[in-house]
Write a protein that binds this ligand. Structure first.
Ligand code: SAM
Length: 268
């Protein structure tokens, strides 16, 4: 569950992640960015920007701004458009001067931070007083029949638990009340948090191609001996082929959080 485990994981799955998730998740990152007052911003950073799908949108919203894409994982950042400044950095220890950013965006990153208070305090430190912060994070998942079949087949093949859970702060960031408290404690004000629906339709082939590489279950099957792993994937393929298209809809709720760096306080 350390930051270096998370970096190793994203280094391995960067291209697969970009193919399946980046497009769907960018819808939410763009929507939360639209809630920020960016028109006059001069310097904006997206932290944990991954393949950088949202950077062009930020540049449109803030035509005068220098837009910086930053991520812990170099392999993810390499997929981001080269016309933007790209900075490899841990959001818990940012290489930016205090009060040097007008806005910060983080999409599907906060739950990865082992030290959420440190990450939020860093964001607050680097923002100008009154600067804007926008984040999107997972909240609730609806029942997902294909995923339930996938987990059952993996259990039946005796895969051990996930050796490296990747969402150490999810218990805080998935709960609107706890997320609000964490933002307040880090020195944010004017906090607004709304729940928004997400919806993503895949096919059996796409589901399996992605799930055998990305996520907790992929890490579990990687712990199996090679022959058992192959048998597990074959069994999953057979069972998934029998499901209706609706079984492959991933849906649920994400949280959009916006806030301002408090004008008074320790850092500014
Ligand atoms: C789920 S992806 C989201 C990527 C992108 N924001 C998007 O919405 O498609 C999580 C990203 O956060 C990055 N990340 C994880 N922990 C981080 C940290 N401590 N500091 C900066 N980035 C981090 C990962 O490398 C990965 O690119």
């Amino acid at each position: 569950m350390s930051t270096s485990d998370i970096r190793d994981n994203y280094s391995r799955i960067a291209t697969t992640y970009d193919g399946k998730w980046a497009g769907t998740l960018a819808i939410h990152a763009r929507a939360v960015s639209d809630r920020l007052p960016l028109a006059r911003a001069r310097r904006i950073a997206e932290l944990g920007c991954g393949p950088g799908r949202v950077l062009p949108h930020l540049a449109q919203l803030a035509p005068q701004a220098r837009v910086i894409g930053s991520d812990l994982t170099e392999q993810m950042l390499r997929l981001a458009p080269a016309r933007f400044d790209r900075v490899v950095a841990d959001a818990q220890r940012l290489p930016f001067r205090s009060g040097s950013l007008d806005a910060v965006v983080m999409a599907f990153v906060l739950f990865h931070l082992p030290d959420l208070p440190a990450g939020l305090s860093e964001v607050r430190r680097t923002l100008v007083p009154g600067g804007s912060f926008g984040a999107v994070t997972w909240s609730e998942f609806d029942p997902h029949p294909a995923y339930e079949v996938w987990v059952r087949v993996i259990d039946e093949h005796g895969a051990p638990p996930d050796p490296s859970p990747q969402m150490p702060s999810d218990n805080i960031t998935s709960d609107p009340g706890k997320l609000r408290n964490a933002l307040q404690e880090a020195g944010f004000e004017t906090i607004e948090i709304t729940g928004e629906r997400f919806h993503h339709q895949t096919t059996a082939a796409e589901f399996l191609a992605h799930s055998e590489v990305v996520g907790a279950m992929a890490r579990r099957i990687d712990e199996l001996p090679a022959a058992r792993r192959t048998a597990c994937l074959a069994a999953a393929e057979r069972e998934l082929a029998g499901l209706a298209p609706e079984a492959f809809i991933e849906s649920g709720t994400v949280l959009y959080a916006t806030a301002r760096a408090a004008k008074m306080g320790g850092w500014n």
